[in-house]
Design a protein around this ligand. Structure first.
Ligand SMILES: [Zn+2]
Length: 151
């Protein structure tokens, strides 16, 4: 187990627009003061989305709880139609053998709850597109953050 004292500093950001709250007061608010739509959550600074990166937030059951506008475009789905669906409906490891991607992805995400991972993924069933994905814990509520950047 990693020593929690040595974990990366936590960054707060909006689960919808990805912006960091502009003031200390805004950072204490549960709902994003910039877009008014997302809930403000925390993740390690090495994991949290940087400007322009798309991201997906899933819960401990690996069901989708939120995604950024960029991720909506990448996955060709709107947030209301995406929430509560399993992450394997949307992403698979880019180098997975046929039929083994789900298990592989679930294993990586579950492992990422204790230490962040990176892997290359593609939208499920989409063979021409690849993303580098950073996967790790975020919250509250406890879940995993998947940040997609183009490779
Ligand atoms: Zn926001």
């Amino acid at each position: 187990m990693p020593d929690p004292v040595e974990a990366a500093p936590q960054i707060r950001f909006c689960g919808h627009c990805g912006q960091t709250p502009p003031t200390a007061l805004a950072a204490r608010s549960r709902v994003c003061s910039l877009c008014g739509l997302g809930v403000v959550i925390s993740a390690g600074e090495d994991l949290a989305p940087r400007k322009g990166e798309s991201f997906i937030i899933i819960d401990r059951q690996l069901k989708l709880c939120g995604l950024s506008r960029g991720a909506e475009r990448v996955l060709e789905v709107d947030e209301p139609n995406a929430v509560h669906r399993h992450i394997c409906d949307f992403l698979e490891p880019a180098d997975a053998e046929a039929g083994q991607g789900d298990e592989l992805l679930q294993g990586i995400i579950t492992a990422s709850f204790t230490a962040p991972r990176t892997l290359v993924v593609r939208p499920a069933g989409e063979y021409g597109v690849r993303f580098a994905a950073r996967v790790g814990a975020c919250g509250p509520p406890a879940g995993a953050l998947i940040v997609l950047s183009t490779v």
